[in-house]
Design a protein around this ligand. Structure first.
Ligand SMILES: Cc1cc2nc3c(=O)[nH]c(=O)nc-3n(C[C@H](O)[C@H](O)[C@H](O)COP(=O)(O)OP(=O)(O)OC[C@H]3O[C@@H](n4cnc5c(N)ncnc54)[C@H](O)[C@@H]3O)c2cc1C
Length: 344
């Protein structure tokens, strides 16, 4: 591993100061369950690591602004036990699916949201776009775990976050912080309530990108920025579920997943949100499919019809046609699970 400076800030302002704004020079350490492996493999080679674990505000879960705010450093175990999160079943479904208590105890929600792709070409040193001498390796090689949607551009990896589909379905936002004079403005919705700290709340659905170059990364985060908190609106009448298709009973990455939220009144759906995971370089919003549910009763037939619509635009690669059916199953089962109608 390349040698590096280690910084252990105690406030958010100190953290962004240590991060600086030079691209590729510094990196944020949360639970470290993935970052340490990336550094050992020299896929990430920072000159400074900024460890967030001593910043108490990043671990808090509080009720705020008509919703719940979760510090990015909250571990999966913190979330599983928190009374304020009882109404968000789809989050528990995710935690439940990570079947390793060591990871539940040290993996954080911020680390999950910023998890770099598990694409084996990326992990083998070929960059996010997995190019070798101008050739896209997922196009010519083994692409069984790659994207089936949103794969017409150079990025063929799938987004690795397990929480993102559920959180986006809930309409979650992330608080992105940086130095006041550092990188700014992901959108126009920015402000600064703390001296020396620039903050911005961004809907999570706009956080991920499908890069055109390796240097772009897979999120809108610029050098010097980090996620400090995640905010969820009050659950209200919405019910939710996540369904992940996993190959093994133990610790594994989903082959396809879906996070859904529905509001059912008088037996008919009033609102529905469906977001698929592990099928595209970004979490995949199936808004047109979700609209088909409005005014309908949610049952086996309608869930199947909506799941068909959700995958209707899929463009599988040479070896991953099977993922279309898995994604369809994830959507159908998540919908039925959200209203207590999934029979297993
Ligand atoms: C051997 C092993 C196998 C695993 N297998 C699986 C598996 O099969 N399935 C699974 O779901 N999980 C698996 N995990 C766990 C997974 O790594 C974590 O659940 C989680 O994705 C990373 O959380 P972390 O806090 O450890 O992040 P870290 O490793 O600390 O960071 C991950 C990335 O996010 C960035 N980052 C972290 N926090 C922030 C922030 N607040 N703002 C901006 N960037 C940030 C880091 O710079 C880094 O690039 C595994 C872990 C290990 C050690």
């Amino acid at each position: 591993m390349k040698s590096f400076e280690y910084a252990r800030p105690e406030t958010e302002a100190e953290a962004v100061e240590f991060l600086g704004t030079n691209a590729g020079q510094t990196v944020v350490l949360a639970g470290g369950t993935d970052l340490v492996s990336l550094m050992k493999a020299e896929l990430v080679t920072p000159s400074r690591v900024v460890d967030l674990k001593r910043i108490p505000s990043l671990r808090e879960v509080t009720r705020i602004d008509g919703g719940v705010q979760i510090g990015s450093l909250a571990t999966l175990s913190d979330l599983a036990q928190h009374p304020l999160l009882g109404g968000y079943r789809s989050l528990f479904d995710v935690i439940d699916g990570v079947r390793a208590i060591q990871i539940q105890g040290s993996g954080t929600i911020g680390g999950d949201l910023c998890h770099l792709p598990n694409c084996w070409y990326f992990r083998g040193g070929y960059g996010l776009l997995a190019m070798d001498k101008g050739v896209s390796l997922p196009e010519v090689g083994d692409n069984r775990y790659h994207a089936i949607l949103g794969n017409s551009g150079p990025a063929k990896f799938v987004n690795a976050s397990r929480f993102a589909p559920a959180l986006i379905a809930w309409g979650a936002k992330v608080r992105v912080i940086s130095k006041v004079d550092g990188q700014k403005s992901l959108s126009h919705n920015s402000q600064s309530s703390t001296p020396n700290l620039h903050e911005e709340w961004l809907p999570l659905e706009y956080f991920y990108i499908s890069p055109k170059t390796n240097a772009q990364g897979n999120t809108v985060l610029k050098p010097g920025q980090l996620i400090s908190h995640v905010w969820l609106p009050d659950a209200g009448n919405m019910t939710s579920a996540t369904y992940e298709v996993l190959q093994t009973e133990g610790l594994d990455w989903p082959l396809a997943s879906a996070g859904v939220c529905v509001d059912v009144e008088g037996g008919l759906v009033r609102q529905a949100r469906i977001v698929m995971g592990h099928v595209a370089p970004t979490p995949w919003l199936a808004n047109d499919a979700a609209r088909l549910l409005i005014g309908q009763s949610l049952n086996d037939d309608t869930a199947g019809m909506v799941a068909d619509a959700a995958v209707s635009q899929a463009t599988p690669l040479s070896m991953n046609d099977y993922k279309v059916q898995l994604a369809r199953t994830a959507v159908k089962r998540a919908l039925l699970k959200s209203v207590g109608k999934l029979e297993m």
